[in-house]
Design a protein around this ligand. Structure first.
Ligand code: CAA
Length: 403
């Protein structure tokens, strides 16, 4: 209660005053907790067995991805009328974190399918495109890929060399895309290509391309440092005839489409990074309670305890940013800056935490059975794909300085 006196404005507390409940709510709903538990159970029972072998052999988790589809993880945020699970973006963060704690190769498939492909189609696709392409993608019967990067257009995404020439009833697609997640396993791709060079980024289109179209060629498989179980290929388009009805949105909307889709995608990758970090942290806590040195469990040495404290604090920071970005998205508020902040902090945290986790594990951390060396290798890509840490800083700085 407020009261004016001669000397100014004072807060007056009545005897019956009860502290107000904060409107800002950090509690999860029962549904959030259920999805988190379901993702944790799935990751521990279905993804953990064989995760080291899949990484060694660079083997895609096909069976596991199929099961993720059956459980609704591949179209988590899609409206049930289009075959999705109808969950919010907060649930998506929670599920992504749990899956990524165990297997970041599986979670990148989930992230690309959910936030780049399904969300892009649901938000900007026509009703026919949704019925034809979104439904099987959201049901997890097939999965998708997103083709923006090129040999000479990574961070500088407006410099597209792939061309989609307008031929009346179709576009003639030619060019090469690089580092395409799900390049060999996906069936449906959203391809960004230049139609009108004179118009620069306003002359770019986003086209739905399917693997069975003549002229679609799967190129080299990348031999990667991390997320080795995921499938990363270059793709070539050689005179691929893409029907006009496969263009997403109006003519020239392709670059904006890519940017909008990536704003949501960055929440997915931020959550993946968060999961990699928290997986490494949880393993470090368990290990430090078991491993003894100098007559006591290593958690009793401040050198280790402080590392764990830093990991826990930084992970919490990353988690809050991921959830804030998801909350903004769920409430139809502007989330581009927040998703870049979440991705920047979560991916830097993933890198730092996993390096420290290897250190906590000592010699055991350097070998495969203890998982943390894999998590460390997997962490690196989160600072690179869907916009490097430097690009996130570009997005954030432009946004804070725009007014
Ligand atoms: N939402 C809507 N529109 C946006 C936008 C956003 N978040 N960001 C930019 N735009 C619009 C701008 O308004 C502008 O349009 P107008 O001129 O009509 O106003 C247009 O896009 C061009 O924007 P800029 O002038 O800012 O373009 P730029 O060349 O300076 O750079 C960039 C923009 C942010 C650096 C962008 O190029 C970028 O994000 N680069 C990184 C690309 C990237 O993330 N690649 C990841 C590949 S996908 C992947 O990794 C998937 C996977 O497999 C895991």
């Amino acid at each position: 209660m407020l009261e004016f006196t001669k000397s100014g404005l004072y807060l007056k507390f009545a005897a019956h005053y009860k502290r107000k409940k904060s409107v800002m709510n950090f509690e999860f709903t029962e549904e959030h907790l259920m999805i988190q538990q379901a993702a944790r159970d799935f990751a521990e029972t279905e993804l953990l067995p064989g995760v080291i072998e899949r990484d060694n052999e660079q083997r895609f988790p096909m069976e596991q991805v199929r099961k993720m589809g059956e459980l609704g993880f591949m179209g988590l945020m899609v409206d049930p009328k289009y075959g999705g699970a109808g969950m919010d973006a907060v649930s998506y963060v929670l599920a992504m974190e749990e899956i990524s704690k165990i297997d970041a190769s599986a979670s990148v498939v989930m992230s690309v399918n959910n936030s780049l492909v399904c969300w892009g189609l649901e938000e900007y696709g026509s009703e026919e495109q949704k019925q034809k392409f979104l439904v099987p993608l959201a049901q997890g019967k097939i999965h998708g890929g997103f083709c923006l990067s090129e040999p000479e257009a990574g961070s500088d995404a407006t410099s597209q060399r792939t061309t989609a020439i307008d031929k009346g009833d179709h576009y003639l697609l030619n060019g090469t895309k690089n580092w395409i997640t799900n390049g060999n396993t996906a069936d449906t791709f959203l391809v960004i290509a230049q139609t009108d060079v004179e118009k620069g980024h306003r002359g770019i289109n986003a086209l739905i391309v399917t693997k069975d179209m003549p002229g679609f060629v799967v190129g080299k498989k990348e031999d990667k440092l991390g997320i080795r179980g995921s499938d990363t290929h270059s793709l070539m388009f050689q005179d691929v005839k893409v029907p006009k009805e496969n263009r997403i949105g109006a003519d020239g909307f392709g670059f904006k489409f890519a940017m909008k889709v990536l704003s949501g995608g960055r929440i997915g990758i931020a959550s993946q990074a968060l999961g990699i970090a928290s997986g490494a942290y949880e393993r470090s806590v368990s290990y430090s309670k078991e491993r003894k040195a100098f007559g006591t469990e290593i958690m009793n040495h401040q050198a280790i305890a402080f590392k764990l404290a830093d990991m826990a604090t930084e992970i919490e920071m990353a988690r809050l940013l991921c959830l804030k970005a998801a909350w903004l998205k769920d409430n139809d508020l502007d989330y581009a800056r927040a998703s870049s902040m979440a991705k920047l902090v979560a991916s830097e945290t993933a890198m730092k935490t996993t390096v420290e986790a290897v250190q906590v594990h000592g010699g055991y951390g350097f070998v495969k059975e203890y998982h943390v060396e894999r998590l460390m290798r997997d962490a690196k890509i989160t600072q690179i794909y869907e916009g490097t840490s430097e690009i996130q800083r570009v997005v954030i700085s432009r946004d804070i300085l725009k007014d």
